[in-house]
Design a protein around this ligand. Sequence first.
Ligand code: SF4
Ligand code: FES
Length: 204
Amino acid sequence: MSEILLQIDGREVKAEEGMTILEAAQSAGIYIPTLCHHEKLEPYGVCRICTVEVEIRGRTNLVAACVYTVEENLVVRTRSEKVDKIRKMLLELMLAHAPDSEQLQDLAGEYGADKDHFEKEPSFCILCGLCVRYCAEVKKKNAIGFVDRGARREISFIPEIASKECNSCKECFSLCPTSYLQAAFVLTESLAFSRDSSPTALKK
Ligand code: SF4
Ligand code: FES
């Protein structure tokens, strides 16, 4: 695999062909915030909080660091006025859905995002897909999925599978940036698990 030289925040970084900017930055100890990324999962690129500024052959673009692969002589800026502005707006939008998320609040502090900027639409889920993808890609169980589209899109446990698989697993719970997942599980457990297969009350 050939080596690629790029520059991140003014530092020369060596990366391997096929690496993403996020992987290259992490290998050099440079922090880029993420919400939908997990090292065990295929890149997803949905939350856009990892947006960085790249410059190649004189052109500047904003790209998602977790999906954009490195190129020779790429110049990357992980913070800039534009990057910070985008992250601030994204956080304000996500906080309208999940105002109590500690992870979002911490990032909001960093980027000066106002959690009351947008009207609240508390769905409590930011649709990062970590739970759905982890269950499918790592556990191969598909006990949770997305339902509906657009503004009505949400996650949902599949009771027939979840009642058998989830109580002895729960590995996805700690991945959720908003804690909505646990609430959704408890609700599914109380409403939809059959009496025979119903696990004991959720213990964390
Ligand atoms: S429930 Fe949590 S982990 Fe799952 S998609 Fe929503 S925010 Fe992400
Ligand atoms: S972490 Fe890159 S788009 Fe979510």
